[in-house]
Design a protein around this ligand. Structure first.
Ligand code: ADP
Length: 249
């Protein structure tokens, strides 16, 4: 198993297995990996290899069948639904390929939604939303509805929404997949700037160019396992080789 884990990691997966159906091969099999604060890591792999499963486990959208998932210092693999929802609201921002904005809310209200869900004060949330919309170059679209915006603008609204609660972790699932090349590069550059400012980022992509250009390290998933990692040398000694699932106690 290829992995690079150190105690201060923002994400630590330890021997994580996810099986959706008894008898079917696991979607993730005995995966261990770590992501340090401030890293940008690309996750690549063929369709069906387990990328979304990995992202869902890190985001606290689902729980593993075995193994531990620690994100931002919290064990989340055994949390109940309510605790997971609170965890997600505070600690993880997610950006999706198709933006997932609410069309009947204004740009500002879309950005404010996670702050409301996290119970933040409206005044402070509006200040934070205004800062983020300025940073995204969207101030003059604050009161617009998403349908009036271009794809690149919608994705920037989605990024602002993902960041409104200042999450430790930003997860981007094919964030440029629905955009033309030039707009995709703008979004890629924006994500890189956020990372330059310290934002830890996981970028799931099919696009090797995006991974190469924006991520310092690429984790490749094949058939539910980490096949290879490329990028800077490991910061710690590799953890011992994987033990077959049946040998675990
Ligand atoms: P990727 O994101 O790389 O395309 P996924 O994580 O979506 O891969 O899927 C990995 C495997 O798990 C696939 O075989 C897929 O069919 C299966 N799978 C994913 N989600 C579910 C689910 N909710 N129920 C049953 N099987 C699933």
């Amino acid at each position: 198993m290829t992995d690079q884990r150190t105690p201060g990691d923002v994400i630590q997966l330890d021997r994580v297995t996810k099986t959706y159906q008894a008898g079917a091969p696991p979607a993730l099999a005995d995966v261990s990996m770590g992501v340090a604060a401030g890293e940008v890591v690309a996750v690549m792999g063929p369709s069906g290899s387990g990328k979304s499963t990995l992202l869902n486990l890190i985001a606290g959208l689902d729980r593993p069948t075995a193994g531990t998932v620690t994100v931002a210092g919290r064990r989340i693999d055994r949390l109940g639904e309510g605790a997971l929802a609170r965890f997600r609201a505070r600690h993880v921002g997610i950006v999706f390929q198709f933006f997932n904005l609410l069309d009947d809310l204004t740009v500002e209200d879309n950005v404010l939604l996670p702050a409301q869900l996290a119970g933040a004060s409206r005044r402070r949330a509006r200040t934070r939303a205004a800062e983020l919309l300025a940073r995204m170059g969207l101030e003059e679209h604050r009161d617009a509805y998403p349908a009036r915006l271009s794809g690149g603008q919608r994705q920037r609204v989605a990024i602002a929404r993902a960041l409104v609660n200042s999450p430790e972790l930003l997860l981007a699932d094919e964030p440029t997949g629905a955009l033309d090349t030039a707009t995709g590069q703008q979004i890629g550059n924006l994500l890189r700037q956020l990372n330059d400012d310290g934002q830890t980022l996981i970028l799931v992509t099919h696009d090797p160019a995006l991974a190469e250009r924006y991520a310092a390290r690429t984790v490749r998933i094949v058939d539910g396992q980490v096949a290879a990692a490329s990028g800077p040398a490991p910061r710690s000694a590799p953890v011992s080789a994987a033990v077959p699932a049946g040998d675990r106690t």
